[in-house]
Ligand binder design. Structure first.
Ligand SMILES: Nc1ncnc2c1ncn2[C@@H]1O[C@H](COP(=O)(O)OP(=O)(O)OP(=O)(O)O)[C@@H](O)[C@H]1O
Ligand SMILES: [Mg+2]
Length: 276
């Protein structure tokens, strides 16, 4: 099926998944979005741009041992054959570009870091254009948490940004300041759709617990929306989902009988593919 020309309009989008704090669920959300799009026959590329703490190498290991990493590309640019970066996955239509654990010798840790990152952004923009030309419909960037030159670069590339936030006081409290700072930097960049999703929302049964959670979620949703972010989904804290990951069942964990998987699919339909 060729979806690349939906309704006469070319559907190329880069989606950057980011957060203030680590462990909020960026990687799981990125993978969920990527796998869902691929299963709907969209050619999708996930890039592990979390160069300080890459996860995909372990979560969905590449089939080949000898691979080139995104970190190599940021360093070398188009000297490096772009095709050498993409690795197929067990999911049809889904490729991944991996990052390796940081090599201490990389040039970005020395010398003029700002200049290094400027160059890295130029390389990324060229690559983004070429990935679309190669036929990818969607690029999903699994960002690193917090503000850094790297995470800002990956947000500059985005058409859709998705903030993943957990319902904890310290999590969302820090996020508010982070968003203000981030949007100040990004305000004159290309138009973006800025979304946020609650993740790891505990399932509660007792009325007092429900009231406490609802109150928290409602008031913070309002606050984040007043800052220009649109609430797009809430994914439950699903311990079985996590348990399945231990068994290396990424496919099952995300798709089979998983509430997280169901919610991610709803999110993709509504906010990425704009089906109401
Ligand atoms: N909805 C969920 N239900 C249960 N467990 C979850 C859920 N979302 C994420 N997790 C678990 O929480 C942990 C952190 O998730 P993940 O690695 O996706 O976060 P991250 O934001 O990418 O972290 P990092 O900042 O380290 O890159 C993982 O063990 C993951 O399996
Ligand atoms: Mg991650």
């Amino acid at each position: 099926m060729d979806h690349s020309n939906l309704g006469g309009e070319k559907l190329n989008r880069t989606i950057t998944i980011y957060s203030t704090r680590g462990g909020s669920g960026k990687t799981i959300t990125s993978l969920g979005i990527g796998v869902t799009l691929a299963q709907k026959s969209y050619k999708t590329l996930i890039i592990d741009v979390d160069i300080e703490a890459p996860s995909l190498l372990h979560l969905l290991p590449p089939q080949s041992k000898k691979i080139q990493y995104w970190t190599d590309f940021l360093e070398k640019g188009t000297e490096l054959e772009l095709k050498s970066l993409m690795q197929p996955t067990k999911f049809e239509n889904l490729d991944i570009i991996y990052s390796s654990s940081p090599k201490m010798g990389l040039r970005f840790l020395k010398g003029n870091a700002d200049q290094w990152w400027e160059q890295a952004l130029k390389h990324s923009l060229i690559a983004q254009k070429q990935f679309y030309e190669m036929g990818y419909d969607f690029i999903v960037l699994d960002n690193q948490s917090g503000t850094s030159m790297n995470s800002i670069n990956n947000l500059i590339l985005a058409d859709i940004s998705v903030l993943v936030v957990r319902p904890t006081n310290y999590g969302v409290g820090a996020t508010e300041l982070f968003i203000q700072e981030l949007f100040r930097i990004l305000k004159d960049m290309k138009p973006r759709e800025d979304l946020f999703v609650w993740n790891q929302v505990p399932k509660v049964t007792k009325p007092q617990e429900k009231e406490l959670l609802d109150k928290f979620i409602t008031s913070w949703t309002k606050r984040l929306e007043s800052m220009g972010l649109k609430h797009a989904a809430s994914f439950p804290l699903d311990m079985m989902f996590n348990l399945q990951l231990l068994n290396d069942m990424v496919e099952n964990a995300i798709f089979k009988d998983s509430e997280v998987g169901e919610k991610i699919e709803e999110f993709v339909d509504q906010y990425i593919l704009n089906k109401k």
